[in-house]
Each structure stands twice: as structure tokens, then as C-alpha cells.
Design a protein around this ligand. Structure first.
Ligand code: CMC
Length: 390
């Protein structure tokens, strides 16, 4: 009672003001702190973009160097946290492992409760940036049954992460610049996307003054779903099904249009973009480059290209303004790099971490922040008396 506005799925309601990311969904524009995504992707690094998102301006060379150095210094996991992985089943989905281990971080640091102390907020942020890639790589190694490597702080953020995933105890790890460049670019493209479901989750949890680890662990859980970050894994599954069933792309598209139960064109459509997702354009360019550089020929890429062609010329998709989103081509690149499909959404989470941190901080520093507490329209039974006899 009393509330006349119902906005299921927050299609039309702003929950906050924000100065971090600008999106114009009709024109397919995305800007981080005013800088077009195309320019950020062409010129920046993951950590420089993280600084930009978090602090609002580009760092000086000294600021960036000390940010990088602080993150490198915090890469080691507490040995008990490393052993925490022993208690989880090897069959666990790496996204569940990730949210559990990030939640567990707040059990290791007693400085987690004062969310208004800037020094404490800063160290939580540094620890998360340093440790999330290590946790992610351990989730991967755990699923393979391989020994965990310790981080190598002589390497850059991206190379350290790749070594932790693909290095072994048996052989020295050789950095592959093609992989490093491609991963850096994909991570940059995922760094922020304003009030998506996982970021809104981080903000909602953070609005209760829960610490950053707990808030971000909740964000990781929100990202897990196939309608959000889980779409990159779902796209690959869909492409493989089209290949294995032999049904052909046109037949699959018909099934999507007929709204067959559970059949959707994964990696297509977006709540905000009603035009080509600008990130998808950049990812598509990378897919060609990376596959060529790695010498990988993937028939799933051919199926994806055909699917895109068929969908973009079909009235069903045109009238609903459904275009490929960022997740449509990322899985093909991650697969070529050697990541199993279950790791794809984990890579999205590493990319999105700076955005989550930036939003958590923006909210936390804003004195007008209130605890998030949506209203409802009650549609249940009117008042009634408990039955005297049953
Ligand atoms: N395949 C087929 N039809 C679709 C699709 C799709 N992928 N997406 C939307 N539609 C149809 C939908 O059935 C509806 O048709 P109708 O009006 O006849 O009922 C119309 O388009 C509008 O869709 P909606 O469900 O109202 O749109 P939404 O804004 O609520 O949902 C979405 C957005 C991203 C959840 C949805 O497009 C979707 O499920 N896409 C597939 C999953 C996906 O790729 N998600 C990744 C999003 S981008 C990165 C991220 O956020 O992680």
C-alpha cells in the first residue's frame, strides 16, 4: 500500500547518481570517466584503467608505479586461505569457489569493519586487486588437480595471472606476449558498466556498511548467472551444441524465434544497448587477431560469425533491437588462450573488480548514501483472523 510505482527489474528507475561510467545505449557509446572505451582499450593497461575508474583521473607515472608495486606486494594468500581450497570439491564451479574464497578474505583481516576509515578501505582494495587473480587461478588449478604456484611478483598483473593458470611446477613459464596483450584488452573492456546486476548488488550490500570483501563476494555471486556474466560460458555451450547437433544455424535461429523452452540466443541482447555493444565490436576485432596469432582455427568462430549474420538480418532480432553483446565473442578468445569454459565468467569477474571497487567507494564516500531498501506492492491476502479450528 502507499506505493504506486512498480518497476520490475529496475528498467526505469535510477537507484543512484554516479560519475564513473557513461552509457548511451541507443548510440552504442561507453565511456569510462569521460574517455571513450575505444581510446581506453587502445592506450591503457588494466591497472591504469582501474586507477582511472577508482580515483576519477588518470594517474601520474609515479602514482601508477606505486599502485602497481603495492598490488604486487599483496599477492600472496594467507597459507590458511590457500588450504581453504583443499576443503572444496574439485568439481566445484570456479565461480562458486571465487565467491566463497573472497567472502573468506574478510575472516582473515580484522580491519574489515570500519568502512569509513580511508586507510582501511585502501588496503581492502589493494588486497582484493592483488589476491582475486590468485584465487581465480587456484580455482582453475584445483579443478585440474594441479599444484598451485606461488605468485611471481617480478611479472606484470596479467602475466602473473597467466603464469598462475598455465605454469606448472615442472617447467619454467614463458610469457606469451600475444596472450598478455589480448587478455589485458579483454579485462579493460570488462572493467566497468555502471549499474548492472552485480555492481548494483555490490552497492546494495555495501550500503549496509558491510566490508568490501563481503560486498564483492556478493557481486561475484550475482555475476555468476547466465543472464549476466555467465553468458560467456553459455555462448560457447550454445555454439558447441549447434555444431554437435548438426541442426545448422538457420534452424537454431528458428527455434529461438519460436521461443522454444530454454532456447535463447546467448550473447545477444542487452538491457541498455539497443544498438551494437561497443565492447562487442572491439572483442570481435581481437578474436580474429588472437586466433591468427595463436594459429588456432576454431570452427565455433565460424558458427558465431554465421549466427551473427543470420540474426542481424532477421526481422525478429531487428525489431527487438537485439545485437551481439560483450559476451558473444569473448569465450572464443578465452578458449583459444587455453581456459576451460568454466573459467570464462571468472575472467569477467577479475575484469569487473575495479568497477565494483569504484562503485563501492563512490557510494561509501557520498554523505547522502542511505541503506538500499526497495519498496514493494503488496498483492497478498488482506488481513484475516487465525482460524479457531483446524
Ligand atoms: N535471444 C532471443 N530473444 C531475446 C534475447 C535473446 N538473447 N534477448 C531478448 N530477447 C527478446 C525477448 O524474448 C523479448 O521478446 P518479446 O518482446 O517478444 O517477449 C525482447 O527480446 C525483449 O527482451 P527482454 O527480456 O525484455 O530484455 P531484458 O532487457 O529484460 O534482458 C538480457 C536483457 C541481456 C537479460 C537478455 O537480452 C538476455 O537474456 N540475453 C541473453 C543473455 C546474455 O547474453 N546476457 C549477457 C548480457 S551482456 C553482459 C552482462 O551483463 O554480463
Amino acid at each position: 500500500t502507499g506505493f504506486s510505482t512498480l518497476d520490475t527489474g529496475f528498467v526505469n528507475t535510477a537507484a543512484t547518481k554516479s560519475a564513473i561510467t557513461y552509457i548511451d545505449g541507443d548510440q552504442g557509446i561507453l565511456r569510462y570517466r569521460g574517455y571513450p572505451i575505444e581510446q581506453v582499450a587502445a592506450n591503457s593497461t588494466f591497472l591504469e584503467t582501474a586507477w582511472l575508474l577508482i580515483y576519477g583521473e588518470l594517474p601520474t607515472a609515479d602514482e601508477l608505479a606505486s599502485f602497481d608495486a603495492r598490488i604486487r606486494r599483496h599477492t600472496l594468500l594467507h597459507e590458511d586461505l590457500r588450504r581453504f581450497f583443499d576443503a572444496l570439491p574439485a568439481s566445484a564451479h570456479p565461480m562458486s569457489v571465487l565467491s566463497s574464497a573472497v567472502g573468506a578474505l574478510s575472516t582473515f583481516y580484522e580491519d574489515t569493519m570500519d568502512v569509513h576509515d580511508p586507510a582501511k578501505v585502501e588496503i581492502q582494495m589493494i588486497r582484493l586487486l592483488a589476491k582475486l587473480p590468485v584465487i581465480a587461478a587456484y580455482a582453475h588449478k584445483k579443478s585440474l588437480g594441479q599444484a598451485f604456484l606461488y605468485p611471481d611478483n617480478s611479472l606484470s598483473f596479467v602475466d602473473n595471472f597467466l603464469k598462475l593458470n598455465f605454469g606448472t611446477m615442472a617447467e619454467p613459464y614463458v610469457v606469451n606476449p600475444v596472450l598478455s596483450k589480448a587478455l589485458e584488452r579483454l579485462l579493460i573492456l570488462h572493467e566497468d558498466h555502471e549499474q548492472n546486476a552485480s555492481t548494483s548488488t555490490v552497492r546494495l550490500v555495501g550500503s549496509t556498511e558491510a566490508n568490501m570483501y563481503s560486498s564483492i563476494s556478493a557481486g561475484i555471486s550475482a555475476l555468476y548467472g547466465p543472464l549476466h556474466g555467465g553468458a560467456n560460458e553459455a555462448v560457447l555451450k550454445m555454439l558447441a551444441e549447434i555444431r554437435d547437433s548438426g541442426q545448422g544455424v538457420a534452424r537454431f535461429v528458428e527455434r529461438v524465434k519460436n521461443k522454444e523452452e530454454g532456447v535463447k540466443l546467448m550473447g545477444f541482447g542487452h538491457r541498455v544497448y539497443k544498438n551494437y555493444d561497443p565492447r562487442a565490436k572491439l572483442v570481435k576485432e581481437s578474436a580474429d587477431e588472437v586466433l591468427a596469432a595463436l594459429g588456432v582455427k576454431d570452427e565455433l568462430l565460424d558458427i558465431a560469425l554465421e549466427l551473427e549474420q543470420v540474426a542481424l538480418s532477421d526481422e525478429y532480432f531487428i525489431s527487438r533491437r537485439l545485437y551481439p553483446n560483450v559476451d558473444f565473442y569473448t569465450g572464443i578468445i578465452y578458449k583459444a588462450m587455453g581456459f576451460p569454459p568454466r573459467m570464462f565468467t571468472v575472467l569477467f569477474a577479475i575484469g569487473r573488480l575495479p568497477g565494483w571497487i569504484a562503485h563501492w567507494r563512490e557510494m561509501n564516500l557520498d554523505p547522502s548514501t542511505k541503506i538500499g531498501r526497495p519498496q514493494q506492492l503488496y498483492i497478498g491476502s488482506p488481513a484475516r483472523d487465525w482460524p479457531t479450528e483446524r
